[in-house]
Ligand binder design. Structure first.
Ligand SMILES: Cc1cc2nc3c(=O)[nH]c(=O)nc-3n(C[C@H](O)[C@H](O)[C@H](O)COP(=O)(O)O)c2cc1C
Length: 379
Protein backbone atom coordinates (compact mmCIF):
# COMPACT_ATOMS: atom_id res chain seq x y z
CA UNK A 1 0.00 0.00 0.00
CA UNK A 2 1.30 3.47 -0.89
CA UNK A 3 1.86 5.93 1.95
CA UNK A 4 2.45 9.68 2.13
CA UNK A 5 6.11 9.34 3.10
CA UNK A 6 7.14 6.86 0.40
CA UNK A 7 10.25 7.75 -1.55
CA UNK A 8 9.35 7.90 -5.25
CA UNK A 9 10.69 8.94 -8.63
CA UNK A 10 9.08 11.02 -11.41
CA UNK A 11 11.14 10.51 -14.54
CA UNK A 12 14.62 11.07 -13.04
CA UNK A 13 13.75 13.24 -10.01
CA UNK A 14 13.94 11.40 -6.72
CA UNK A 15 11.33 12.64 -4.26
CA UNK A 16 11.39 12.14 -0.50
CA UNK A 17 7.59 11.95 -0.10
CA UNK A 18 4.35 12.22 -2.01
CA UNK A 19 3.61 15.85 -1.13
CA UNK A 20 3.79 18.66 -3.67
CA UNK A 21 3.63 22.42 -3.11
CA UNK A 22 1.22 23.41 -5.86
CA UNK A 23 2.31 26.36 -8.03
CA UNK A 24 1.81 29.60 -6.13
CA UNK A 25 2.26 33.09 -7.50
CA UNK A 26 3.84 34.93 -4.56
CA UNK A 27 4.03 38.42 -6.13
CA UNK A 28 7.63 38.63 -4.94
CA UNK A 29 9.57 39.12 -8.18
CA UNK A 30 10.64 42.60 -9.23
CA UNK A 31 8.98 44.58 -12.02
CA UNK A 32 11.32 43.04 -14.57
CA UNK A 33 10.28 39.52 -13.51
CA UNK A 34 13.57 38.94 -11.70
CA UNK A 35 13.83 36.72 -8.62
CA UNK A 36 14.27 38.59 -5.31
CA UNK A 37 15.82 37.53 -2.00
CA UNK A 38 12.32 37.42 -0.45
CA UNK A 39 11.21 34.90 -3.07
CA UNK A 40 14.33 32.79 -2.46
CA UNK A 41 13.62 32.84 1.30
CA UNK A 42 10.04 31.60 0.67
CA UNK A 43 11.41 28.73 -1.39
CA UNK A 44 14.07 27.72 1.14
CA UNK A 45 11.47 27.82 3.94
CA UNK A 46 9.41 25.36 1.91
CA UNK A 47 12.41 23.10 1.26
CA UNK A 48 13.28 23.19 4.98
CA UNK A 49 9.67 22.40 5.80
CA UNK A 50 9.89 18.97 4.22
CA UNK A 51 7.67 19.18 1.13
CA UNK A 52 8.81 16.62 -1.47
CA UNK A 53 8.44 18.81 -4.55
CA UNK A 54 8.02 22.55 -4.95
CA UNK A 55 6.35 23.92 -8.07
CA UNK A 56 7.25 27.57 -8.66
CA UNK A 57 4.59 30.21 -9.22
CA UNK A 58 3.46 30.62 -12.83
CA UNK A 59 6.27 32.18 -14.83
CA UNK A 60 5.49 34.01 -18.06
CA UNK A 61 7.20 32.56 -21.12
CA UNK A 62 6.78 35.77 -23.17
CA UNK A 63 6.65 39.36 -21.99
CA UNK A 64 3.08 39.79 -23.27
CA UNK A 65 1.92 36.63 -21.46
CA UNK A 66 2.25 38.29 -18.04
CA UNK A 67 -0.91 37.82 -15.98
CA UNK A 68 0.03 38.86 -12.44
CA UNK A 69 1.68 41.72 -10.62
CA UNK A 70 5.34 41.08 -9.76
CA UNK A 71 5.22 37.70 -11.51
CA UNK A 72 8.50 35.85 -12.08
CA UNK A 73 9.58 35.87 -15.73
CA UNK A 74 11.37 33.23 -17.78
CA UNK A 75 11.02 34.89 -21.19
CA UNK A 76 14.62 36.03 -21.65
CA UNK A 77 18.07 34.70 -20.79
CA UNK A 78 18.53 37.64 -18.41
CA UNK A 79 16.24 35.77 -15.96
CA UNK A 80 18.51 32.70 -15.75
CA UNK A 81 21.07 33.92 -13.13
CA UNK A 82 18.36 34.87 -10.59
CA UNK A 83 16.45 31.65 -11.20
CA UNK A 84 19.69 29.72 -10.77
CA UNK A 85 20.32 31.39 -7.42
CA UNK A 86 16.84 30.26 -6.35
CA UNK A 87 17.21 26.63 -7.49
CA UNK A 88 20.69 26.44 -5.91
CA UNK A 89 19.26 27.64 -2.60
CA UNK A 90 16.46 25.06 -2.74
CA UNK A 91 18.91 22.27 -3.57
CA UNK A 92 21.24 23.32 -0.73
CA UNK A 93 18.25 22.77 1.58
CA UNK A 94 17.60 19.32 0.06
CA UNK A 95 14.53 20.44 -1.85
CA UNK A 96 13.36 19.77 -5.39
CA UNK A 97 11.85 22.48 -7.57
CA UNK A 98 10.00 22.53 -10.87
CA UNK A 99 9.30 25.63 -12.99
CA UNK A 100 5.68 26.30 -13.92
CA UNK A 101 5.59 27.74 -17.46
CA UNK A 102 2.60 29.87 -18.28
CA UNK A 103 0.97 32.36 -20.61
CA UNK A 104 -2.05 34.42 -19.61
CA UNK A 105 -3.68 34.57 -23.07
CA UNK A 106 -6.73 36.77 -22.83
CA UNK A 107 -6.13 37.05 -19.06
CA UNK A 108 -2.76 38.73 -19.53
CA UNK A 109 -3.00 42.01 -17.62
CA UNK A 110 -3.36 45.01 -19.96
CA UNK A 111 -1.76 47.33 -17.44
CA UNK A 112 1.33 45.10 -17.03
CA UNK A 113 2.21 44.61 -20.69
CA UNK A 114 2.93 46.92 -23.59
CA UNK A 115 1.10 44.92 -26.24
CA UNK A 116 -2.44 43.79 -26.95
CA UNK A 117 -3.07 40.50 -25.14
CA UNK A 118 -3.43 37.41 -27.33
CA UNK A 119 -6.63 35.40 -27.46
CA UNK A 120 -7.42 31.95 -28.85
CA UNK A 121 -10.60 33.37 -30.46
CA UNK A 122 -12.27 36.74 -30.50
CA UNK A 123 -16.02 36.93 -29.79
CA UNK A 124 -18.55 39.25 -28.22
CA UNK A 125 -18.19 39.34 -24.46
CA UNK A 126 -14.59 38.05 -24.38
CA UNK A 127 -13.10 41.19 -22.88
CA UNK A 128 -13.90 44.84 -22.44
CA UNK A 129 -10.42 45.66 -23.76
CA UNK A 130 -8.92 44.93 -27.22
CA UNK A 131 -7.58 41.43 -27.85
CA UNK A 132 -5.67 39.96 -30.80
CA UNK A 133 -6.66 36.54 -32.16
CA UNK A 134 -3.67 34.23 -32.58
CA UNK A 135 -2.90 33.25 -36.17
CA UNK A 136 -1.13 29.97 -36.95
CA UNK A 137 2.25 31.70 -37.31
CA UNK A 138 1.83 33.22 -33.84
CA UNK A 139 0.84 29.81 -32.47
CA UNK A 140 4.10 28.35 -33.81
CA UNK A 141 6.00 31.27 -32.19
CA UNK A 142 4.30 30.48 -28.88
CA UNK A 143 5.22 26.80 -29.11
CA UNK A 144 8.82 27.89 -29.66
CA UNK A 145 8.59 30.30 -26.71
CA UNK A 146 7.44 27.48 -24.39
CA UNK A 147 10.33 25.32 -25.65
CA UNK A 148 12.88 28.12 -25.18
CA UNK A 149 11.57 28.78 -21.67
CA UNK A 150 11.97 25.09 -20.82
CA UNK A 151 15.58 25.23 -21.98
CA UNK A 152 16.12 28.26 -19.72
CA UNK A 153 14.49 26.38 -16.83
CA UNK A 154 16.85 23.47 -17.34
CA UNK A 155 19.95 25.65 -17.51
CA UNK A 156 18.76 27.52 -14.40
CA UNK A 157 18.84 24.21 -12.50
CA UNK A 158 15.12 23.44 -12.20
CA UNK A 159 14.43 19.72 -11.71
CA UNK A 160 11.72 19.76 -14.36
CA UNK A 161 8.92 21.88 -15.77
CA UNK A 162 5.16 22.00 -15.51
CA UNK A 163 2.88 23.48 -18.19
CA UNK A 164 0.10 25.59 -16.71
CA UNK A 165 -2.98 24.44 -18.58
CA UNK A 166 -5.52 25.03 -15.80
CA UNK A 167 -7.71 27.80 -14.36
CA UNK A 168 -8.40 29.65 -17.63
CA UNK A 169 -4.87 30.65 -18.70
CA UNK A 170 -3.83 30.34 -22.37
CA UNK A 171 -3.49 26.54 -22.69
CA UNK A 172 -6.67 26.08 -20.69
CA UNK A 173 -8.34 28.55 -23.08
CA UNK A 174 -7.33 26.27 -25.97
CA UNK A 175 -8.95 23.29 -24.21
CA UNK A 176 -12.17 25.18 -23.52
CA UNK A 177 -14.90 25.23 -26.19
CA UNK A 178 -16.04 28.57 -24.72
CA UNK A 179 -12.71 30.34 -25.33
CA UNK A 180 -11.66 28.24 -28.32
CA UNK A 181 -13.98 28.85 -31.29
CA UNK A 182 -11.35 28.26 -33.94
CA UNK A 183 -12.11 26.43 -37.14
CA UNK A 184 -8.49 25.44 -37.96
CA UNK A 185 -6.60 22.38 -36.69
CA UNK A 186 -6.36 23.96 -33.18
CA UNK A 187 -10.13 24.20 -32.68
CA UNK A 188 -13.22 22.01 -32.86
CA UNK A 189 -13.15 18.57 -31.23
CA UNK A 190 -11.11 17.84 -28.10
CA UNK A 191 -8.35 16.19 -30.11
CA UNK A 192 -7.83 19.48 -32.01
CA UNK A 193 -8.13 21.61 -28.86
CA UNK A 194 -5.40 19.50 -27.21
CA UNK A 195 -3.11 19.81 -30.25
CA UNK A 196 -1.15 22.89 -29.15
CA UNK A 197 -0.27 21.15 -25.87
CA UNK A 198 1.04 18.01 -27.57
CA UNK A 199 3.05 20.16 -30.00
CA UNK A 200 4.53 22.13 -27.08
CA UNK A 201 5.39 18.89 -25.27
CA UNK A 202 7.15 17.57 -28.34
CA UNK A 203 9.09 20.84 -28.88
CA UNK A 204 10.12 20.87 -25.22
CA UNK A 205 11.21 17.21 -25.29
CA UNK A 206 13.53 18.01 -28.22
CA UNK A 207 15.18 20.76 -26.15
CA UNK A 208 15.46 19.04 -22.76
CA UNK A 209 15.90 15.34 -23.59
CA UNK A 210 14.06 12.24 -22.43
CA UNK A 211 15.23 12.22 -18.84
CA UNK A 212 13.83 15.63 -17.89
CA UNK A 213 10.40 15.70 -16.20
CA UNK A 214 7.61 17.45 -18.10
CA UNK A 215 4.43 17.78 -16.05
CA UNK A 216 1.11 19.45 -16.77
CA UNK A 217 -1.54 21.02 -14.56
CA UNK A 218 -5.02 20.85 -16.04
CA UNK A 219 -8.66 21.22 -15.12
CA UNK A 220 -10.81 18.15 -14.65
CA UNK A 221 -13.73 20.43 -15.44
CA UNK A 222 -14.08 24.19 -15.97
CA UNK A 223 -17.35 24.24 -13.99
CA UNK A 224 -18.54 27.02 -16.27
CA UNK A 225 -21.13 27.23 -19.01
CA UNK A 226 -19.72 26.00 -22.34
CA UNK A 227 -16.34 25.38 -20.69
CA UNK A 228 -14.21 22.21 -20.71
CA UNK A 229 -16.34 19.23 -19.63
CA UNK A 230 -15.24 16.25 -17.55
CA UNK A 231 -15.69 13.90 -20.53
CA UNK A 232 -13.47 16.01 -22.81
CA UNK A 233 -10.92 16.59 -20.10
CA UNK A 234 -10.54 12.84 -19.53
CA UNK A 235 -10.10 12.42 -23.27
CA UNK A 236 -7.39 15.13 -23.30
CA UNK A 237 -5.64 13.58 -20.28
CA UNK A 238 -5.58 10.18 -22.03
CA UNK A 239 -3.86 11.78 -25.02
CA UNK A 240 -1.40 13.70 -22.84
CA UNK A 241 -0.49 10.62 -20.83
CA UNK A 242 0.38 8.82 -24.07
CA UNK A 243 2.54 11.53 -25.67
CA UNK A 244 5.17 11.60 -22.94
CA UNK A 245 4.09 13.86 -20.08
CA UNK A 246 5.51 12.52 -16.82
CA UNK A 247 2.62 13.45 -14.49
CA UNK A 248 -0.70 15.29 -14.49
CA UNK A 249 -1.72 17.61 -11.67
CA UNK A 250 -5.51 17.73 -11.52
CA UNK A 251 -7.30 20.92 -10.58
CA UNK A 252 -10.53 22.54 -11.76
CA UNK A 253 -12.52 25.74 -12.19
CA UNK A 254 -11.68 29.15 -13.57
CA UNK A 255 -10.25 32.12 -11.71
CA UNK A 256 -13.24 34.15 -12.90
CA UNK A 257 -15.76 31.84 -11.20
CA UNK A 258 -16.45 32.38 -7.52
CA UNK A 259 -18.10 29.28 -6.05
CA UNK A 260 -16.31 26.86 -8.36
CA UNK A 261 -12.95 28.62 -8.44
CA UNK A 262 -9.78 26.51 -8.14
CA UNK A 263 -9.34 28.03 -4.65
CA UNK A 264 -12.64 27.14 -2.97
CA UNK A 265 -13.48 28.67 0.38
CA UNK A 266 -14.97 27.28 3.62
CA UNK A 267 -13.01 24.02 3.72
CA UNK A 268 -14.14 23.54 7.32
CA UNK A 269 -15.04 19.83 7.39
CA UNK A 270 -13.33 16.63 6.28
CA UNK A 271 -16.05 16.01 3.64
CA UNK A 272 -15.20 19.34 2.00
CA UNK A 273 -11.51 18.51 1.61
CA UNK A 274 -10.01 17.29 -1.70
CA UNK A 275 -12.85 18.74 -3.73
CA UNK A 276 -11.76 17.06 -6.98
CA UNK A 277 -11.35 13.56 -5.51
CA UNK A 278 -14.32 12.01 -7.33
CA UNK A 279 -12.97 13.29 -10.65
CA UNK A 280 -9.47 12.05 -9.75
CA UNK A 281 -10.77 8.48 -9.46
CA UNK A 282 -12.11 8.69 -13.01
CA UNK A 283 -8.83 10.08 -14.37
CA UNK A 284 -6.77 7.45 -12.55
CA UNK A 285 -8.64 4.72 -14.42
CA UNK A 286 -7.77 6.24 -17.79
CA UNK A 287 -4.17 7.44 -17.49
CA UNK A 288 -0.97 5.50 -17.05
CA UNK A 289 1.20 8.28 -15.55
CA UNK A 290 1.23 9.63 -11.96
CA UNK A 291 -1.72 11.77 -10.87
CA UNK A 292 -1.13 14.68 -8.50
CA UNK A 293 -4.33 15.89 -6.82
CA UNK A 294 -4.75 19.49 -5.65
CA UNK A 295 -7.64 21.43 -4.14
CA UNK A 296 -8.70 21.75 -0.51
CA UNK A 297 -6.49 19.09 1.09
CA UNK A 298 -6.01 20.17 4.70
CA UNK A 299 -5.48 17.19 7.02
CA UNK A 300 -2.96 14.40 7.32
CA UNK A 301 -5.82 11.87 7.46
CA UNK A 302 -7.26 13.03 4.13
CA UNK A 303 -3.85 13.22 2.48
CA UNK A 304 -2.81 9.77 3.69
CA UNK A 305 -6.17 8.24 2.71
CA UNK A 306 -5.98 9.64 -0.84
CA UNK A 307 -2.59 7.96 -1.22
CA UNK A 308 -3.48 4.72 0.64
CA UNK A 309 -6.58 4.07 -1.46
CA UNK A 310 -4.85 5.07 -4.71
CA UNK A 311 -7.11 8.03 -5.52
CA UNK A 312 -3.90 9.91 -6.31
CA UNK A 313 -0.17 9.20 -6.50
CA UNK A 314 0.72 12.57 -4.97
CA UNK A 315 -1.21 15.19 -3.04
CA UNK A 316 -0.62 18.85 -3.66
CA UNK A 317 -1.40 21.90 -1.53
CA UNK A 318 -1.03 25.66 -1.94
CA UNK A 319 -2.74 27.77 0.73
CA UNK A 320 -1.70 25.60 3.72
CA UNK A 321 1.96 26.22 2.83
CA UNK A 322 1.42 29.99 2.78
CA UNK A 323 0.44 29.74 6.42
CA UNK A 324 2.67 26.86 7.55
CA UNK A 325 5.66 26.09 5.30
CA UNK A 326 6.71 23.52 7.91
CA UNK A 327 3.51 21.47 7.94
CA UNK A 328 5.00 18.36 6.31
CA UNK A 329 7.82 18.09 8.82
CA UNK A 330 5.22 18.51 11.57
CA UNK A 331 3.22 15.60 10.15
CA UNK A 332 6.36 13.52 9.68
CA UNK A 333 7.39 14.16 13.29
CA UNK A 334 4.04 13.02 14.66
CA UNK A 335 2.27 16.37 15.05
CA UNK A 336 -0.72 15.50 12.87
CA UNK A 337 -2.65 18.73 13.45
CA UNK A 338 -4.75 19.82 10.50
CA UNK A 339 -3.62 22.88 8.56
CA UNK A 340 -4.60 26.14 10.23
CA UNK A 341 -5.43 27.63 6.80
CA UNK A 342 -8.93 29.13 6.94
CA UNK A 343 -9.27 28.91 3.11
CA UNK A 344 -10.73 32.43 2.93
CA UNK A 345 -8.31 33.53 0.19
CA UNK A 346 -7.25 36.65 2.10
CA UNK A 347 -3.67 35.75 1.13
CA UNK A 348 -4.32 37.14 -2.38
CA UNK A 349 -4.89 40.67 -1.05
CA UNK A 350 -1.35 41.67 -0.09
CA UNK A 351 -0.15 40.07 -3.35
CA UNK A 352 -2.49 42.25 -5.39
CA UNK A 353 -1.33 45.36 -3.57
CA UNK A 354 2.36 44.68 -4.29
CA UNK A 355 3.33 43.44 -0.82
CA UNK A 356 3.67 39.78 -1.72
CA UNK A 357 1.37 36.94 -0.74
CA UNK A 358 1.17 36.03 2.96
CA UNK A 359 -1.40 34.73 5.45
CA UNK A 360 -3.19 37.81 6.76
CA UNK A 361 -4.89 35.92 9.59
CA UNK A 362 -1.58 34.53 10.88
CA UNK A 363 -0.10 38.04 10.84
CA UNK A 364 -3.14 39.41 12.67
CA UNK A 365 -2.84 36.71 15.34
CA UNK A 366 0.90 37.38 15.72
CA UNK A 367 0.28 41.13 16.18
CA UNK A 368 -2.48 40.47 18.70
CA UNK A 369 -0.12 38.23 20.68
CA UNK A 370 2.64 40.86 20.56
CA UNK A 371 0.25 43.56 21.83
CA UNK A 372 -0.95 41.26 24.61
CA UNK A 373 2.67 40.65 25.71
CA UNK A 374 3.36 44.40 25.61
CA UNK A 375 0.28 45.12 27.71
CA UNK A 376 1.19 42.43 30.26
CA UNK A 377 4.69 43.96 30.63
CA UNK A 378 3.12 47.36 31.27
CA UNK A 379 0.96 46.09 34.17
C1 LIG B 1 -2.00 33.08 -3.69
C2 LIG B 1 -2.22 32.00 -4.70
C3 LIG B 1 -1.45 31.94 -5.84
C4 LIG B 1 -1.64 30.93 -6.79
N1 LIG B 1 -0.83 30.88 -7.88
C5 LIG B 1 -0.95 29.86 -8.77
C6 LIG B 1 -0.05 29.73 -9.85
O1 LIG B 1 0.87 30.52 -10.03
N2 LIG B 1 -0.23 28.67 -10.70
C7 LIG B 1 -1.22 27.73 -10.51
O2 LIG B 1 -1.32 26.78 -11.27
N3 LIG B 1 -2.08 27.84 -9.49
C8 LIG B 1 -1.96 28.85 -8.60
N4 LIG B 1 -2.80 28.91 -7.52
C9 LIG B 1 -3.76 27.82 -7.30
C10 LIG B 1 -3.15 26.73 -6.40
O3 LIG B 1 -2.00 26.15 -6.97
C11 LIG B 1 -4.15 25.60 -6.08
O4 LIG B 1 -4.53 24.98 -7.29
C12 LIG B 1 -5.39 26.09 -5.33
O5 LIG B 1 -5.05 27.07 -4.39
C13 LIG B 1 -6.10 24.96 -4.59
O6 LIG B 1 -5.24 24.34 -3.67
P1 LIG B 1 -5.33 24.63 -2.08
O7 LIG B 1 -6.73 24.35 -1.65
O8 LIG B 1 -4.34 23.67 -1.46
O9 LIG B 1 -4.96 26.04 -1.86
C14 LIG B 1 -2.65 29.94 -6.58
C15 LIG B 1 -3.43 30.01 -5.42
C16 LIG B 1 -3.23 31.01 -4.48
C17 LIG B 1 -4.07 31.02 -3.22
Amino acid sequence: MNTLFDKTVINRIKLSNRVVRSATWMGLADEDGQVTQKLIKTMTDLANGGVGLIISGHMNITSEGKASLLQTGIYEDKHIPGLKEMTNAVHEHNGKIIAQLAHGGTFAKDELINETPLAVSIFDGLSEFPRKELNTFEISRLIEAFANASERAKSAGFDGIQLHSAHGYLLSQFLSPYYNRRTDKYGGNIQNRTRIITEIQSAIRKKVGNDYPILIKMNCHDFSEEGLTLKDSIQAAKTLSKVGFDAIELSGGLLSSSKFSPCRTKINATEKEAYFKEEALLFKKEINIPLILVGGIRSFETAEKLINDNTADYISMCRPFIREPNIINNWKNGNLAKSECSSENLCFRPGHSGKGVYCMLKNKQKNKQKNKQKNTKNI
